[in-house]
Design a protein around this ligand. Structure first.
Ligand code: GLN
Length: 313
């Protein structure tokens, strides 16, 4: 087997949830107004193994907006369409060391967005999505992420509208990228597709399956469908290892040893290559925008299941 026995994994997932359920730290995001209404008590932990087996505890069926976690999967879809070199040249793979919505990071790097997991790089990546019109690009994002999840994901219209009314900063970043020739289509249309992609509704269980698809060389272990190539998974996981938790990516890798991606609605997906995906959901965040309970539960599971990529035994 690729992981410990079924009953042991099941026990550890239940334990990870029980340990951190009462941890009251962090704050729910409020810069997107509707996210401030999230229930801070919600907490779900889900593991999907590459053989399709699932383990779950807590609120793993509650839907929330995927937010920045979408960046990882849109990046994979764009790599699948255009290849490693084109995406590296245009979007980059290095950490900015700055918050996800930094304008300064773009200015400090001569207009290069640096990596696809910060907003600038994610906007540049979404602009590259295949599709003749923004509506087609959005449909390709939605169906692409749905293939990773193994079910049809839908837009949360309330979250989409709330963010659309307040995403002045993302519009500014898109305009800035346009000024450097890094976005060649209408920047406000790119922001709209990006805002929709962030408002797709997922569950902790979906995140685990999406992560397990990256762990499984691009084949969704639940549906059996190939979504992207094994090479694209490798490229995506390398980028997540260096940038998935923004300016805290180094600390995350040091503590947990797995590529991962967080979102401001409280989701985190972590990937153990060849083994499986861990999906967690809990709205209270640390100052960088990463779920507090999700980080702790993932750290616990990484240790208990022996998933740290840098451990020799
Ligand atoms: N939609 C959010 C934004 O663009 C996503 C940010 C996040 O999850 N870190 O600000």
């Amino acid at each position: 087997g690729t992981l410990p026995r079924w009953d042991r994994v099941e026990h550890l997932v239940v334990d990870a949830h029980a340990r951190y359920r009462d941890l009251a730290a962090g704050a729910v995001a409020d810069y997107i107004p509707v996210l401030a209404a999230a229930d801070p008590a919600l907490f779900g932990v889900s593991v999907a193994v590459v053989d399709g087996e699932m383990h779950e505890a807590g609120d793993t069926q509650v839907e929330f907006s995927v937010q920045s976690i979408s960046k990882a999967f849109v990046y994979a879809l764009v790599c699948e369409a255009y290849g490693h070199d084109a995406v590296r040249e245009r979007v980059g793979v290095n950490n900015t060391g700055l918050p996800f919505n930094s304008v300064m990071a773009v200015e400090l790097n001569d207009g290069h967005p640096m990596n696809p997991m910060v907003n600038a790089g994610a906007l540049a990546t979404t602009a590259m999505m295949p599709g003749a019109t923004p509506a087609e690009q959005w449909e390709n994002v939605r169906t692409g992420l749905s293939r990773f999840a193994g079910r049809a994901l839908e837009l949360d219209g309330v979250v989409y509208r709330s963010e659309s009314e307040t995403n002045i900063r993302n519009r500014a970043i898109a305009r800035l990228l346009q000024s450097y020739g890094r976005i060649e289509t209408d920047p406000l249309e790119v922001v709209d597709v990006y805002t929709r992609q962030c408002a797709l509704r997922v569950t902790a269980r979906d995140l685990a399956v999406m992560g397990a698809t990256l762990a499984d060389g691009g084949v969704n272990p639940v549906t059996g469908e190939r979504v992207v190539s094994a090479q694209v998974c490798r490229d995506t996981l390398a980028v997540l290892a260096s940038t998935g938790l923004y300016e805290r990516s180094g600390e995350w890798l040091f503590e947990i040893g797995l590529p991962a991606k967080s979102g401001v609605a409280g989701g985190i997906v972590a990937v153990a290559p060849g083994k499986g995906g861990i999906g967690t959901f809990s709205p209270p965040l640390d100052p960088a925008g990463n779920s507090v309970r999700g980080q702790r539960a993932t750290a616990y599971l990484s240790r208990a299941l022996g998933l740290n990529l840098f451990a020799s035994s």
